[in-house]
Ligand binder design. Structure first.
Ligand code: ADP
Length: 303
């Protein structure tokens, strides 16, 4: 088990940031998803041992989060959301410094710093002062310092924030490469659904300090509800009212495709029965993929 948390609670003064979080994760890239304020950064800081939970127990790569923080930080990389640059420093010095902080000997840290800077595409600019870096370069540099010590696991906190679409694509591509080719397990925290959807087969959805859903994305899609798309002739409104009364969420798009979200426990046959009862003809019937957006909206209770 790479991450195991049981009943983690944490409050900042009167704000209950985490309220009984249970997470059990094994292999594979994991997306930590939730709206702003859900508790994602707090959770990452607890996993790294920067904050101690008020209640609950946890292990990261088998190490206790309360007592073995130093061991955790040797084996785990962390890309914080906020910048942590030291003015006047260049990228090599900065990256090597983080390598040393994670317990690497100076020479080795320096060598690895060059390697990872080339890997993230900053080879040419590695001696430039950091304050001249663009947002995209800064994100790459934070990624480089997170993997300089060759960690088993890396926590990335909102890695695409402040990036334009091109910069976003590039950093996501790097993260995908780290996760698939470098044998580093990635925990990617984001409030942007599409970031996670393209990289992580597993997701944990946090909302208001609690786990709203967790599991394989594919399973969450299938078990949370199914989406059907229909075209009908005559009485679309009556039909929609009827399926809503049966417990489905239903809406019509502008071009009158009816989207029906069916909760677990209902059979698709009820749609045909509802149509027949309302004297409506079903002209087209498609089962669609529910998007992560749909799963997420349901988990956090947004319509
Ligand atoms: P996320 O990373 O999902 O945006 P955070 O973990 O940053 O969420 O925040 C969770 C909650 O804790 C929010 O209500 C936030 O306002 C609060 N919070 C975070 N950091 C602090 C802090 N240092 N002091 C007080 N409240 C905080």
């Amino acid at each position: 088990m790479t991450i195991e948390l049981n009943d983690i609670r944490f409050r900042y003064g009167r704000v209950q940031a985490l309220d009984g979080v249970d997470i059990h994760l094994d292999q594979g890239a994991v997306g930590l998803l939730g709206p702003n304020g859900a508790g994602k950064s707090t959770l990452l800081r607890i996993l790294l041992g920067f904050l101690k939970p008020d209640r609950g127990e946890g292990r990261v790569l088998g190490h206790d989060i309360r007592t073995e923080q130093a061991l955790i930080r040797r084996r785990v990389g962390y890309m914080p959301e906020n910048d942590c640059f030291i003015p006047g420093m260049d990228a090599v010095t900065f990256t090597a410094y983080f390598g040393e902080l994670s317990g690497m000997p100076r020479q080795e840290a320096m060598k690895r710093a060059h390697d990872v800077l080339f890997y993230v595409g900053l080879g040419e600019s590695r001696y430039r002062a950091l304050e001249t870096y663009s947002s995209g370069m800064k994100q790459r540099l934070k990624l480089a310092q997170a993997i300089v010590h060759d960690p088993k696991l890396v926590f990335l906190d909102e890695p695409t924030s402040n990036l334009d679409p091109q910069g976003r694509r590039e950093i996501l591509e790097l993260i995908r490469d780290i996760s698939s080719k470098k044998d580093i397990q990635v925990l990617l925290s984001s409030h942007i659904l599409s970031d996670i959807e393209t990289i992580c087969p597993f997701v944990v959805i946090l909302n208001k300090g609690r786990v709203a859903a967790q599991g394989e994305l594919q399973n969450l899609r299938e078990t949370s509800f199914r989406l059907f798309e229909l075209k009908v002739q005559g009485g679309a409104d009556r039909f929609l009212d009827r399926v809503r009364a049966l417990g489905c969420k239903a809406e019509a798009t502008e071009d009158m495709i009816l989207k029906i979200y069916m909760p677990p426990g209902l059979e698709r046959a009820i749609l045909f029965r509802a149509a027949a009862d309302e004297g409506v003809q079903v002209r087209q019937f498609l089962k669609s993929q529910t998007s992560l957006e749909d799963v997420f909206a349901r988990a956090v209770g947004v319509d």
